[in-house]
Design a protein around this ligand. Structure first.
Ligand SMILES: [Zn+2]
Length: 269
């Protein structure tokens, strides 16, 4: 049975992202096509929001860096999604085999997936972390919401300003606050401890959102991080109007630490 077919738990993570610097907005004024350089878009009402995919990109990028540098065995690793994905037709491990049951197939896909793909998804398995679009919560408190800036093209290889590549880009002003929300489906406590440890890096101002971070845009801090959860045995109460129970960040960190220790114990034994 698929990991999604059973209800094990649901987790809701909420936080506020407050920008220390400006945040680039996708705009027709830019010469660049849509992509990682344009982390913010405007809704039909003209109010900018951060697409969930932009937030997910920041968290996944950090998670993969940590997974690649830690040496904790096959249950804590990240593939290279472009050059060497954990599942691929080339490896012959992504297709359903003749006579294989749906349950066996999905279990095999899971077994062969790296930690990053198990959490954030791949073409073969769904993401168990759903990042919602983050809406601007304090437009009324800001004198202006967006500003147009002059940009100078940067040659990424030389790091030098490329000549004759001048363009305007739109930014959301510093001080903007966005409502961040992530829903975890059947995510284990140690996995949440891992993900919230990345949120802690963000709360200390160490992460930037968007491709212009080298020019000082996209830096912000997550604050007011709140985690709520409902387990399998609480599901019926929850469905008839109950609430999720709060989970402390210390408990999640503790679960992650215990899990790491069990892996270190196993590898040295
Ligand atoms: Zn992978």
């Amino acid at each position: 049975m698929s990991r999604f077919a059973r209800f094990e738990s649901r987790t809701l993570v909420r936080a506020t992202l407050e920008m220390d610097t400006a945040l680039s907005v996708g705009s027709r004024l830019s010469f660049k096509p849509t992509g990682t350089d344009l982390p913010v878009v405007k809704g039909p009402d003209g109010v900018p929001f951060i697409p969930g995919s932009s937030i997910k990109g920041v968290v996944r990028f950090q998670a993969e860096r940590i997974l690649r540098s830690a040496d904790l065995g096959p249950d804590f690793r990240a593939c290279d999604p472009f050059d060497d994905p954990c599942l691929s037709p080339n490896k012959g491990n992504s297709e359903k085999e003749p006579g294989e049951t749906e349950a066996k197939y999905s279990e095999r896909l899971w077994e062969n997936s790296c930690t990053a793909c198990r959490l954030f998804g791949s073409p073969w398995i769904g993401s168990r972390l759903l990042f919602k679009d983050a809406s601007l919560r304090n437009a009324g408190d800001l004198a202006v919401v967006t500003q147009i800036r002059d940009g100078v093209g940067i040659d990424r290889d030389l790091g030098a300003a490329a000549t004759n590549i001048k363009y305007d880009f739109e930014t959301v002003v510093p001080g903007a606050q966005f409502d961040v929300e992530v829903i975890g489906e059947n995510v284990e406590l140690w996995e949440l401890g891992f993900v919230t440890s990345i949120f802690r890096l963000w709360s200390e101002g160490h992460l930037a959102i968007g491709g212009k971070s080298t020019r000082g845009t996209g830096w912000g801090r997550l604050r007011d991080l709140v985690v709520q959860r409902v387990e399998k045995d609480e599901m019926i109460d929850y469905l008839v109007g109950g609430t999720m129970h709060p989970v402390s960040l210390d408990d999640l960190t503790g679960a992650f630490r215990s899990w790491i220790q069990s892996k270190q114990g196993a590898s040295s034994a």
